[in-house]
Design a binder for this molecule. Structure first.
Ligand code: SF4
Length: 484
């Protein structure tokens, strides 16, 4: 589809608005007017007005609104997106559930407004008026903010969290767009990777000690951390234990992930080194769907992994599900969720399938998928609260089916602090391993990101040069007043 951007430079914002209606569409952008035979969207700024025209499947529409004369760029951008949004709603008959909100952290908009003195109701009303968010999603965002606000109060200024990345998986799921490597392809890199990771953890231990910081939460994620051997996992967790004080931390998660990697031996390692929260992620309990997404385990294996962890004393277990997987149906999803609830995990995270370019599914050409994800998401948000699970973190991603969201639900007291902190961006998070990024949050709110290499071979091969960048962390943190 041709997308004309004439007389303005709001490409990013307008494209994001159009993607609410055409999530997987590729556009040919033109900044000069020209005749166009096929489907097109034309956005034009004149001196005093905004003009939006579309020609979709042979139907032409035109909308024009006056431009405010005050020259405020932000207001002009919002007016353009709002005009475009209204136009596309009419042209497509689609009403996006999150309205014209394209940001990934709607709850942060609410909590930030509350921190600045608004009530939650005022913040929510403002969000609805500005972005035309549906009542249902507004209620979800408010419920999530209500759980988060007390947990975010009183964060110590010198507290930081640590994320450790283990970017290997037993095989690659068809929907995956993470930087994760199958053991078959990259397995030989694992020993060197683990050695480098341990060196990086020791560097962070030194930084934490010399900068007098307090470790608040630890999250070992991936990939699939349990894809590596029990000995390698022990090497990492042992390094962590000997490099920094873990006694005072509030949460220590290991994302056990896929059932085909979870063994008694690995769970014993996780327990021995003090992790108090694990995640076992079936994504679905429908074997046909598991096969369709390229998972090499059955639903029963996921259930067995959960029961094994429970029998070994794990009392804070999360289970991840995905709404909208290929071949899944609302009935089958309901069945999955009901079976998961029957297991009584402490938290359940319901993601919505995204179709990013890297995903094999996308490469297969499934551009506009007719998918019942909304029915699945709706079932989750109605059923889980009735069972005592409240939404506690929520984020959105680009190219999510039907512009839906990912929501973590937890029983009271089992909310993952790390998940809240990563979305709230109010605490520094050190990232170790490839694909990880360090996010330095200075007391005045400025955020600096320092990224590690994406791929294991780069991380291993250029490790020394990469570690020199850690001095940047020291300089930034020494220059900021953390009140310590
Ligand atoms: S387990 Fe997760 S990270 Fe690994 S391939 Fe599947 S979706 Fe990607």
């Amino acid at each position: 589809m041709t997308f004309f951007l004439i007389g303005h430079d709001f490409k990013y914002e307008t494209e994001a608005t159009v993607k609410l209606f055409f999530p997987a569409m590729r556009f040919a952008f033109c900044t000069e007017d020209a005749p166009c035979a096929g489907d097109f969207i034309r956005t034009v700024f004149t001196e005093d007005r905004i003009l939006v025209e579309t020609s979709l499947s042979g139907v032409f529409r035109r909308q024009e609104v006056p431009l405010s004369p005050d020259g405020d760029k932000h207001a002009a951008e919002h007016a353009l997106c709002r005009t475009l949004y209204a136009h596309l709603m009419e042209a497509t008959g689609v009403t996006p559930p999150w309205g014209m909100l394209t940001g990934i952290r709607p709850v942060r908009m609410l909590t930030a407004a509350v921190e600045q003195g608004s009530t939650l109701e005022q913040a929510a009303a403002h969000m609805q008026q500005t972005y035309l968010v549906s009542e249902k999603k507004l209620a979800l965002a408010k419920a999530t903010a209500r759980v988060q606000l007390p947990l975010l109060q009183g964060l110590a200024p010198d507290a930081i969290s640590l994320y450790i990345s283990i970017p290997f998986c037993p095989s690659r799921c068809s929907y995956c767009s993470f930087v994760s490597h199958s053991i078959a392809e990259a397995g030989e890199l694992i020993p060197a990777y683990v050695d480098c990771l341990c060196r990086e953890i020791r560097i962070y231990g030194d930084l934490i000690r010399t900068l007098h910081l307090k470790l608040d939460t630890v999250y070992i994620g991936g990939g699939t951390p349990t894809a590596i051997s029990a000995q390698q996992l022990a090497q990492i967790m042992d390094t962590l234990q000997s490099s920094m004080h873990l006694d005072g931390i509030r949460e220590y998660t290991v994302e056990a992930g896929r059932a085909d990697t979870i063994t008694r031996e690995k769970l014993e390692v996780i327990r021995r080194y003090g992790a108090d929260r694990i995640s076992i992620n079936p994504q679905t309990l429908n074997d046909a769907v598991l096969r369709a997404i390229g998972r090499k385990h059955t639903a029963q294996q996921a259930v067995d992994a959960f029961l094994l962890a429970r029998s070994m004393g794990f009392d804070n277990i999360n289970m991840d599900l995905i709404a909208g997987l290929p071949q899944d149906t609302p009935d089958s999803f309901r069945n999955t969720l009901d079976r998961v609830i029957a297991l009584e995990p402490e938290s359940v995270t319901v993601h919505t399938l995204t179709l990013k370019r890297a995903a094999d599914l996308y490469a297969q050409g499934e551009r506009q998928i007719a998918n019942p994800a909304a029915a699945m998401v709706d079932y989750s948000s109605s059923r889980l609260p009735v069972q005592g699970y409240q939404p506690y973190y929520l984020y959105r991603q680009k190219n999510t089916l039907e512009n839906l969201e990912n929501v973590g639900y937890a029983k009271p007291g089992y909310e993952s602090l790390y998940n809240i902190l990563i979305m709230d961006e109010t605490q520094t998070i050190f990232g170790a391993g490839c694909g990880a990024s360090t996010k330095l949050v200075c007391p005045e709110g400025k955020i600096t990101r320092i990224r590690n290499y994406k791929f294991p071979y780069e991380y291993i091969g250029q490790f020394d040069a990469l570690m020199e960048k850690k001095e940047q962390i020291r300089r930034i943190m020494e220059g900021a007043d953390y009140g310590v």
